[in-house]
Design a protein around this ligand. Structure first.
Ligand code: BG6
Ligand code: MG
Length: 223
């Protein structure tokens, strides 16, 4: 099957912002008396800001202690901390291999798009100097469902006018891989092989420097 589009997640795929999300949520959790570890954090990846907060509050059995307005304030506080961690972000923070992969996609005339749940995504792509590569960036405010629902990936295919079966999705999150598969696309995982394979990934690499377009296309062909 010909590949006509490659759809990227941002946090934890293009740059190391997944680590900053973790730090910011962890600090907010500690302030609320809710401790969580890396394993729990895996379940937050790809999940929207408000849904992540809700999961943390449920973990601490504190979901009923706050009004909707207070929850908005907590999410705002986390985001301000998160954004403060991004002040020095620049092209040096692009994960290894990503720029090369984007250049190869351009050379092969494969559409490039972003399917991130983050409202900070356009600002981060701009800071990294990568905006020019992305033909379409989903606005998470326009979505009804979060990952693992396929809506975000299907929205990209629709916007680009391509068939989902001709798309490749690249994700570091369990929820993201599930969303790609539910959209009927080829799922490339970046991260822990067991976790991402269990989520349904078709091909997994441990780090972005191992993302080679020729290999991905070959795996897609033999799938
Ligand atoms: C996803 C991240 O990309 O975006 C999540 O994996 C994050 O950790 C979500 O919660 C929403 O991001 P933001 O920047 O809008 O709070
Ligand atoms: Mg991610």
């Amino acid at each position: 099957m010909a590949v006509t589009a490659c759809i990227f997640d941002l946090d934890g795929v293009i740059t190391d912002t997944a680590a900053y999300h973790y730090l910011a949520w962890k600090q907010l959790g500690e302030e609320l008396g809710i401790e969580f570890d890396h394993a729990f954090n895996e379940t937050l990846k790809g999940i929207s800001r408000m849904d992540s907060l809700e999961r943390i509050l449920i973990l601490g059995e504190k979901q009923h202690l706050f009004t909707e307005e207070e929850k908005q304030q907590l999410a705002k506080k986390k985001n301000e901390h998160y954004v403060s961690l991004l002040v020095d972000m620049g092209p040096k923070d692009i994960y290894p291999g990503i720029q090369q992969l984007l250049d190869e996609l351009v050379e092969q005339h494969i559409h490039i798009a972003l399917a991130s749940a983050s409202k900070n995504a356009p600002m981060i792509l701009e800071a990294l100097g990568l905006t020019k590569y992305f033909e379409y960036i989903v606005n998470p405010d326009d979505l009804t469902y979060g990952k693992p629902n396929p809506e975000i990936f299907l929205r990209v295919a629709q916007a680009l006018g391509v068939k989902p079966s001709e798309c490749i999705g690249v994700e570091d999150a369990q929820a993201g891989i599930e969303a790609i598969k539910a959209a009927g696309m080829f799922a490339v995982g970046v991260g822990t092989v067991d976790i991402l394979q269990a989520a349904g990934a078709d091909y997994v690499v441990e780090s972005t420097d191992m993302l080679e377009l020729s290999k991905i296309l070959q795996k897609n062909n033999t799938n």
